[in-house]
Design a protein around this ligand. Structure first.
Ligand code: CU
Length: 150
């Protein structure tokens, strides 16, 4: 029995040395790798943000025969920046303009003679607005209508 004990004593230190060498060999291998100068991370920004307010143009015209009327009394637009473009036909023989009022909006375009175009724009929330000709007497004569914004 004493033989086997001394044999074990010779083997155990050898195992310890081998284990230590193995650890040292593994530990020395790693060198700093060049990771990460990639700065461009682009998340999908458009998928979560609210869409920008649509800018919409709405066209109308004054009566071509000089009547104090627009060609429509009802317009509609999407909420956002809305521009009304009013053409004054060259045959109207009279000045007109386009204006917009309602829901805190009160804006007038320039007065234009026959052949001209008057525009007015505003940031409009959903609701009902009035478009009209601000030339004195024209609204009362019928140059007005309703703009519905959705
Ligand atoms: Cu007018």
């Amino acid at each position: 029995m004493s033989l086997s004990t001394s044999a074990l004593r010779r083997v155990l230190p050898a195992v310890g040395v081998v284990a230590a060498l193995g650890v040292a060999a593994c530990g020395s291998s790693g060198s700093g790798s060049g990771s990460g100068s990639g700065a461009s991370t682009s998340p999908a920004a458009n998928s979560t943000s609210t869409p920008p307010a649509a800018a919409s143009k709405v066209s109308l015209s004054a009566a071509a025969d000089g009547s104090l009327l627009f060609n429509t009394t009802s317009l509609s637009a999407k909420a956002g920046t809305v521009t009304l473009v009013m053409a004054n036909p060259s045959g109207s023989g009279i000045e007109h303009a386009i204006a917009l009022s309602g829901n805190g909006v009160d804006a007038s375009g320039q007065v234009v003679g026959p052949g001209g175009t008057s525009t007015v724009s505003g940031k409009l929330k959903p609701g009902t607005y009035t478009f009209l000709c601000p030339v004195p007497g024209h609204e009362a004569a019928g140059m007005k209508g309703t703009l519905t914004v959705r």
